[in-house]
Design a protein around this ligand. Structure first.
Ligand SMILES: [Mg+2]
Length: 181
């Protein structure tokens, strides 16, 4: 997307854009998501964002409460994977985290969330229809906008406290908080 289109999308949102930037549900974190409610509503696959959602930025530590929730999701029968906009230099981090969690952490490369094409490999991996997939993330302009564009159920979670966002995330997050929260 051209930079001017991005700026107008973010700063002068029309009604359609506002709808696309609105999550279907919000939780304070993964540990608080009501998994049975999701399952009963027909969701069968979950795509998790990494930075700020599963872990803090540049941390490989997944808190115990999140690990327990992922185990619970697995027992219920959800298929899961991760999807991250992390660049090539961090792909080994993604692979390592995926091995630890027991599902693949896919890079969105060569696309990037919120482009719909960034979600296709993750959706193919899960093998469910878009309406059976939940996208869970801490960013409106990437996870929620992209998840809504592909027709998934979108869940916005609060980023970890003291997430140490890099500057390229701090600015759009500041805008998201003022425009859409
Ligand atoms: Mg994130």
């Amino acid at each position: 997307m051209h930079i001017l289109d991005k700026i107008s999308l973010y700063l002068i949102p029309d009604r359609a854009t506002r709808n696309l930037c609105t999550p279907n549900a919000t939780y304070s974190g993964i540990a608080d998501i009501s998994l049975w409610e999701l399952w009963c509503s027909g969701i069968r696959g979950i795509i998790f964002d990494r930075d700020g959602t599963l872990t803090r930025y540049h941390s490989s530590h997944v808190p115990d409460e999140i690990t327990k929730k992922l185990d619970e999701a697995r027992r219920i029968g959800f298929n899961m994977c991760g999807l991250s906009n992390a660049g090539k230099a961090r792909w080994s981090e993604l692979e390592k985290l995926g091995n630890e969690l027991g599902f693949p952490m896919l890079p969105s490369h060569p696309h990037a969330k919120p482009e719909p094409s960034a979600f296709f490999p993750a959706m193919d991996y899960l093998g469910h229809e878009p309406g059976q997939i939940a996208v869970v993330g801490d960013r409106i302009f990437t996870d929620i906008l992209g998840g809504n564009r592909v027709g998934a159920y979108t869940i916005l979670v609060d980023p970890f406290p003291n997430n140490c966002d890099p500057l390229k995330v701090r600015i759009p997050r500041w805008l998201e908080n003022r425009l859409y929260k």
